[in-house]
Design a binder for this molecule. Structure first.
Ligand code: TRP
Ligand code: ZN
Length: 906
């Protein structure tokens, strides 16, 4: 452990750096934990009886138990009072026997727990959140994932206020207690049959109702699935339950992994820091990822619910049965489980085209969120080497890049080989706390002779080296020799603490298109015959060359098909080549990517142009015509068309530039949208008419794709109306908003009016609020839509300040705070990056204000200025000043301190 290398003059506690290299096994094992809770919002009493055993593998040491914000009343060793001391937050006991019982009695105040870590109250019910280090806020413990214990839990509470009492595992006993001051009290006792680390502990108590489903597994075992919500929300649980049933069936079918519990529960809470949590047998979810009916939830909500329910369920094996040795191994469970939930959602699609759409969406998240992270001050390897606050490392790198690393393993060993690897992983490590090395080794060992097995040490650089590799490709056609030579060179820019990078193992999906658009048969110089039209080559060197033979005319290479590796591919395509790929590539990912490259190229040219505000017409006729062809294509699905017609985001464009002027990027992208709206006005009308009626609502990929495309058409028609003066389409849009039979159509119509800045937006927004005033998740959408609205002469910031004064606004509820503040600061660049720096001042005020309430939420918001050093002046200096202002605050949490300190060091 080290001190932070800065000298803090503002009276803050020195922040402790935790290093991966310092791992030592615990001095004691905890075999059993018997917890008894007397639940009371003001003062909950926790009696913790543990059986401990010295770890013979490490030298004798005192027992140092983690604790945070606890009131300690009593410590007994083998039933006897004992001396103890405090070392900071730790409770230290010396001279212990080898085996002993430890009894600790503490109290906490859940009602005042605004951090939402540990035991807290939300809407008069009790919930817990223990990952990563929240259990120490409930009782003194060895709060680290390699200490796995058997838990039994007794919950005692007033029966009227807390009729439902839940914890992990099986309910073994329940009954009445003596009356308390508020009337009858009752208890429930739960025993978890599986050993688990403390971060998977959970309890829930309150007035909840459940949807229940009995299922029979493939092996013939019976299970009860339950989804618990507040009494009014039962009609919004069907989709979550269906998603859970699909998840159970999928894990059995694809990986042979059955549900290992008689009872599996999901509970929804509206106060939650993240998406959801995989507590053993008792998953706790943000309501956003549970509640849905067609009146309140969009297609995107439905698909997010499916993914998150799957994700948490799949953790039961990848995370819970096999867990992490230490938090540096977080991607062991998160990268793997994201990979699994991505595969699950793809497998549920059925149609190949819908699978491709899902893949494109996943890659879009990676490139707009993870690539910037990997290029900024918070860059870290998939397996980090150090941290100050582990909560800051629940990142897109750990999750999404981690999932890409697992996906590359599957690419290298094949789908069946990967399933074999998973089987070996469970044979070796079930019930244990292990490392990323153990996982990679199991996949490789199950596939001897594979590229992964051969290249494993080099492949593992994906775990140790941060930064996004670039693959620079060049192609030369030799007409006389009838060869096409591709040279692929890889490089990776330095990141903090890693100046020099060694070459990665990079699988590259590849094909060559002929003049007619068909794939050419592929034959490399050393091969005796052509084999296939698409293949994966595995790069291992800084530069390598591939020579394809029997190539008569210069082909168009389709490189990195399916996005087989998380890299930036550079190839100096001509416009004609990109148009050819967009029209013909058999790989849907690269077909979409060609359209994105065409748009990026045009945007960048316009952003760099001297003319300012900007060239009114960044798009040329060839691009517009290509988009028109896509819109009218007889075989492409609506969902795919919508993705192709969506211009690269402002964030993605910013990453392509060395110096970022957010106003200019916004102006150019808006000009492009405007141009597509006007030039394709007639096409958008046809597209709208052809896709607007999707019949009875179902959230399947085909009908949601049609709704997405119809929604885009309306947006474009309203935008065009702003310049043409058309009143028909805005009127139709308002009508559709009123008549819509589902939230997707209603919200798309509302967004079309808001994002075009049409005067009709105001009345639609007012009506929307009135219609859904009692639906918290819909009100979040209402706030978010306004905080994310396009900026017209600086109007958004004052609107955001007004929204914060709305009676429905609350800083304490993370979903609500994020809907206004994070949307404004992190999803509305042109409104946020103001020349008068008022956006940054607003940001620093909110970060500091939130930090005192909920450090995790504050630290995430703090990352809005991660990329400050790339900004053009005057933004750059003003942003730095705002960050410094936050960093100078006394009593900052270590969460926020770590983020702003790293930002300033950039
Ligand atoms: N393990 C959870 C998941 O990915 C993440 C999570 C939920 C979390 N709540 C948290 C992480 C609170 C840190 C803090 O499924
Ligand atoms: Zn997870």
């Amino acid at each position: 452990m080290l001190q932070m290398p800065d000298d803090r003059e503002n009276g803050q506690m020195p922040a402790v750096v935790v290093n991966r290299a310092d791992y030592v096994a615990p001095a004691y094992w905890i075999d059993t934990v018997d917890l008894c809770f007397d639940l009371d919002p003001a003062k909950t009493r926790v009696l913790n009886k543990m059986k401990l055993r010295r770890n013979p593998d490490v030298p004798t040491q005192p027992l140092k138990l983690d604790g945070e914000e606890l009131n300690l009343a009593r410590v007994l060793v083998n039933g006897q009072g004992t001396s103890f001391r405090m070392e900071g937050n730790r409770l230290v006991l010396d001279n212990l026997p080898d085996d002993f019982e430890l009894e600790i009695f503490t109290t906490t105040c859940p009602a005042k727990n605004t951090k939402l870590m540990g035991l807290y109250v939300s809407n008069d019910s009790f919930f817990t959140q223990c990952e990563a280090e929240g259990f120490r806020r409930i009782t003194y413990f060895l709060d680290r994932p390699d200490v796995m214990a058997s838990y039994s839990v007794t919950l005692r509470a007033d029966k009227a206020l807390y009729p439902v009492l839940l914890s992990n595992g099986n309910l073994v006993e329940q009954g009445m207690l003596e009356n308390g001051p508020n009337g009858p009290r009752h208890f429930a006792k739960w025993v978890d049959p599986h050993k688990k680390p403390s971060y998977l502990f959970a309890l829930v108590a309150g007035q909840l109702v459940s949807r229940e489903q009995r299922i029979t597994s493939r092996a013939g075992k019976e299970h009860t699935l339950q989804v618990y919500v507040r009494p009014g929300d039962l009609d919004k649980t069907e989709h979550a339950m269906n998603s859970l049933m699909h998840s159970v069936a999928w894990d059995e079918a694809r990986f042979g992994l059955p549900l290992d519990l008689e009872r599996f529960m999901i509970v929804a809470t509206s106060d939650f820091n993240m998406g959801a949590m995989e507590n053993k047998g008792l998953n706790i979810f943000n309501t956003k990822y549970v509640l849905a009916n067609q009146a309140t939830a969009t297609d995107t909500d439905y698909s997010n619910i499916e993914s998150v329910v799957g994700h948490e369920y799949f953790h039961n094996w990848t995370g819970n049965r096999i867990t992490c040795r230490d938090w540096f191994q977080l991607s062991l469970k998160e990268g793997l489980t994201v990979f699994r939930d991505q595969e699950f959602s793809q497998d549920l699609c059925g149609e190949a085209s819908a699978r491709a759409v899902k893949r494109i969406e996943d890659v879009r998240v990676l490139r707009t969120a993870q690539f910037p992270e990997d290029a900024g001050p918070m860059a870290h390897p998939v397996r980090p080497d150090s941290y100050i606050e582990i909560s800051n490392f629940y990142t897109v790198t750990i999750y999404e890049k981690g999932a890409e690393v697992v996906r590359m393993m599957q690419t290298l060993v094949g789908r069946e080989g990967f399933a074999r690897g998973m089987t070996l992983y469970f044979e070796r490590h079930d019930g244990k706390a292990v490392t990323c090395d153990d996982f990679a080794q199991a996949i490789a060992d199950a596939n001897p002779g594979s590229d992964l097995a051969r290249l494993l040490p080099q492949f593992k650089r994906w775990y140790s080296q941060a930064g996004t590799p670039r693959v620079h490709a060049q192609g030369v056609h030799d007409a006389a020799a009838r060869t096409y030579t591709l040279t692929l060179a890889q490089s990776c820019a330095p990141t903090a603490g890693q100046a020099v990078k060694e070459p990665f193992v990079i699988p590259v999906g590849l094909g060559l298109l002929g003049a007619d658009g068909a794939d050419l048969p592929l034959q490399l110089a050393h091969e005796t015959a052509a084999a296939g039209t698409s293949r994966t080559v595995v790069l291992t060197q800084a530069s390598e060359t591939l020579t394809f033979v029997n190539v008569d005319a210069e082909p168009v290479p389709s490189i990195l098909r399916g996005f087989t590796a998380p890299v930036v591919l550079e190839f100096d395509y001509t416009d004609a080549q990109l148009l050819h790929l967009l029209a013909h590539d058999s790989d849907p990912f690269n077909r979409w990517e060609a359209g994105q490259r065409l748009a990026v190229r045009r945007a960048i040219k316009s952003i760099a142009a001297v003319a300012y505000p900007v060239d009114a017409a960044p798009l040329d006729e060839a691009y517009v015509q290509a988009m028109r062809s896509v819109l009218h294509h007889p075989r492409l699905d609506a969902a795919f068309k919508e993705l192709v017609l969506t211009l690269p985001s402002e964030t993605y464009l910013a990453e392509q530039l060395d110096v970022v002027d957010p106003q200019r990027i916004h102006a150019v992208r808006e000009a492009m949208r405007q141009q597509l709206a006007v030039a394709l006005a007639g096409d958008w009308q046809q597209v709208y008419e052809a896709n607007q009626g999707t019949g009875a609502y179902t959230p399947d990929p085909t009908s949601s794709g049609r709704r997405a495309l119809a929604g885009m058409a309306l947006s474009q028609l309203c935008l065009a109306a702003m310049t043409t003066g058309d009143t028909v389409w805005p009127g139709k849009t308002l009508q559709r908003f009123k008549d819509a039979g589902n939230m997707t159509d209603r919200f798309n119509a509302l967004s079309a009016l808001v994002s075009s800045g049409h005067p009709l937006a105001a009345q639609a927004l007012a009506k929307f609020h009135a219609m859904f005033k009692d639906e918290a998740l819909v009100i979040d959408k209402w706030f978010g839509l306004q905080a994310g609205a396009p900026d017209r002469s600086g109007n958004v910031l004052p609107a955001v300040r007004q929204l914060m004064k709305h009676p429905d606004f609350s800083l304490r509820n993370p979903n609500r705070a994020r809907s206004v503040i994070s949307t404004y600061c992190q999803a509305n660049p042109a409104a946020f990056h103001r020349t008068d720096a008022a956006g940054y001042v607003f940001w620093s005020d909110r970060v500091m204000e939130l930090d005192a309430i909920n450090p995790q939420v504050a630290a995430r918001l703090a990352r809005a200025l991660d990329r400050w050093s790339k900004l053009a002046e005057p933004y750059r200096s003003a942003a730095r000043e705002a960050i410094a202002r936050v960093a100078a605050k006394t009593d900052l949490s270590k969460d926020t301190l770590e983020v702003v300190t790293r930002a300033l060091a950039d």
